[in-house]
Write a protein that binds this ligand. Structure first.
Ligand code: AMP
Length: 304
């Protein structure tokens, strides 16, 4: 099944208790596409970069079967830049800087060949742009997943509420779920958020795993306890890529299959945090992934 991902392609500067980086490859769409590529040998991406975006980074995505016809390269423009710093516990981070650059004027134009997308991943991006991509599809995809973050809640609340009306699955973290719903209880909050549009809600809780909500059903997946978490950047996007990649490959959007997809999302995210940026997710082999999936299964398997 065809998968279309929309989101930022970025340069990030990251500081964790283990070190500091200067302008490394990042962006929501980058992580999603790399992660989904282990399920989908081909996928499409809509994004924007500046002239400073390195050819080697475009080549990396191409080598993973990601079609880049939908990526606009803006002459004399600068790529979206984000910098963040993590606390010692690695669960909380402060955004130091967000420079929209080419994203501020981005008008997404879908190549004709992308328009039959069956699975649409609206990665973290300005909500009005996410909406414009959905509006350009002549037929509604089988599944629309939207990821967002507090930045858009703080600055583009109305646009986000409008975009949520048209999505099937929303993925956000626990802090964002509380901000969006105004509820401290995630269960109460989930009900309120699902009333805003999404039929399914995934709340990511970092090292504490993820919750999947649908109507009155809840599924909980742990995160794999790792010896060392080096850099959590992109874990949420990598999760989203593993989640939608699995659903698109199996072409089954039942709640049961979404549970499996949540496990796949968690498996993929567990790699990203092991090294800075996209380094780990870009180098994985199928063997690494299968071994990690086995570990995950033994973590949750119990006979009572
Ligand atoms: P995550 O850790 O999964 O939330 O994703 C981190 C990635 O999101 C980084 O690579 C950033 O470039 C990107 N990012 C940070 N802020 C934003 C934003 N406001 N909109 C879209 N992408 C962002």
């Amino acid at each position: 099944m065809s998968l279309l991902t929309v989101g930022t392609m970025a340069y990030d500067a990251i500081e964790t208790p283990f070190g500091k980086t200067d302008r490394i490859l990042g962006g929501a769409a980058t992580y999603i596409a790399l992660s989904a590529s282990y399920h989908m040998s081909k996928s499409n991406i809509v994004s924007v970069v500046g002239e400073d975006f390195k050819q080697s980074h475009l080549n990396l995505l191409k080598s993973k079967g990601v079609d880049l016809e939908g990526v606009q390269v803006i002459k004399n423009g600068k790529t979206f830049f984000w910098s963040g710093k993590y606390d010692l516990d690695m669960n909380t981070r402060d955004t130091i800087d967000t420079q929209l650059n080419v994203l501020a004027e981005f008008n997404p134009i879908l190549p004709e060949v992308y328009k039959d997308a069956q699975y649409l991943m609206l990665g973290n991006l300005m909500p009005s742009i996410q909406q414009r991509v959905l509006d350009q599809l002549p037929q509604r995809p089988k599944l629309v997943v939207l990821d967002t973050m507090n930045f858009w809640m703080d600055n583009f609340w109305e646009d986000l509420i409008e975009a949520l009306k048209g999505v099937d699955v929303l993925t956000i973290n626990d802090e964002e779920a509380r901000q969006l719903s105004g509820e401290y209880s995630l269960v109460e909050g989930a009900k309120k958020i699902m009333a805003m549009g999404p039929k399914f809600l995934i709340i990511k809780k970092g090292e504490h795993g993820a919750l999947l909500f649908h109507e009155d059903q809840i599924f909980s997946a742990p995160a794999l306890p790792l010896e060392q978490v080096f850099d959590p950047t992109g874990a949420g996007d990598t999760f989203a890529g593993g989640f939608i990649g699995y659903l698109a490959k199996t072409d089954n959007i039942s709640f049961e299959n979404m549970k499996r997809a949540v496990i796949w999302g968690s498996v993929m995210a567990s790699f990203t945090v092991e090294k800075f940026g996209t380094e780990r997710i870009a180098e994985l082999t199928n063997n690494d992934i299968n071994e990690r999936l086995k570990k995950f299964m033994s973590l949750v398997n119990v006979d009572i």
